[in-house]
Design a protein around this ligand. Sequence first.
Ligand SMILES: [Zn+2]
Length: 398
Amino acid sequence: METTAIFADRALTPFEEIVEPVVIVEGSKIAAIGRRGKLPAPRGAREISAAGKTIVPGFVDVHIHGAGGHDVMEGEVRALEIVAATVARHGTTSLVATTVTASEEQTCHSVAGIARFILRRRDSSPRAASAEILGIHLEGPFISRTRRGVHPEQWIAAPSTALLSRIVAEALGTALILTLAPELPGALELIAAARNAGLVVSLGHTDASYDQARAAISAGARHAAHVFNAMRPFSHRETGVLGAVLTSPEVSAELIADGVHVDAAAMQMLFALKTPERVILVSDGTSATGMPDGQYQLGTFAVTVSGGVCRNTEGKLAGSTLTLDRALRNVVALGVPLPEALRMVTTNPARQLGLGARKGVLAPGADADLVLLDDNLDVSGVMTRGAGPYSVSPRNSR
Ligand SMILES: [Zn+2]
């Protein structure tokens, strides 16, 4: 097993700051991390200098549809490889492949393809920088027609435990998150079924009242998809799903911090109310991520990207071209301290998936998913499960 010692100026684990750190990597895992001088590099170790850099854990994206011209719903090896490689250049070392609402046949076909890909690659180290696909986030089909955003209306389905079982069976144990609208008849039963299947239940694309959302949280919902977007708007007399999400500490909140989906003041409200432990930055990235402006697919429908903003034919926002390195910079620019902003792309999503010891943290025994940041918080290097570090040209795309 190859041993590598990486020396840098600083590390953020992100719970702790280590000045002049050395990270020892053995195979695909972090073996040790400590201060240079206190932690000797093992004899024969490959030594890598990352002078001037900060080492942080690789980012974990729990809501991403595609990148590099491909959508995860293609379900094909090459498409998934391109998605995983594209986001790795932006520091994302793990992702949860996110479906959009589609026909039962299409959903099952996509989910089966993604599951095969995941199971075939599990426990193998990549040969180039590549994010690990941890599992599948089912965004739909059990969502609100009123708050569907760009999800195709014809494929929206009423909550059905039978349909969920079929999709989960196709996922071969890789289904991790289900985003649903809790106000739909039968939603509470569906939440119970999803929890029994080991899924994190997420409130999203929903027109729920406060009481309906609270009932779902009592039934075990613990997450909310792209908070503020595709949700009933807040009113001080009927606070709706937002009132429930913002005041329930057991619920973590996804945020698309691209500066387009959510206004800065609303982002500040979210940080204040949810605290830095309960905010999870997501990309909601589409196949247009890392690509020039033009025409792309999101799931099964066409979207247009102009100035980096992704919209459908009616002009509705349709996912994003955001990457988590940019989301991190945007949040820091709002005044959030770097260690807190980092938690929102590392430990918070990893813990929500029950992977807090393996992902999103610099600690012995964790996967060697490392990102090297320069002073501007641009990604200059990335190591994925012990492979690399590969150097990345700063701001290699928007
Ligand atoms: Zn969505």
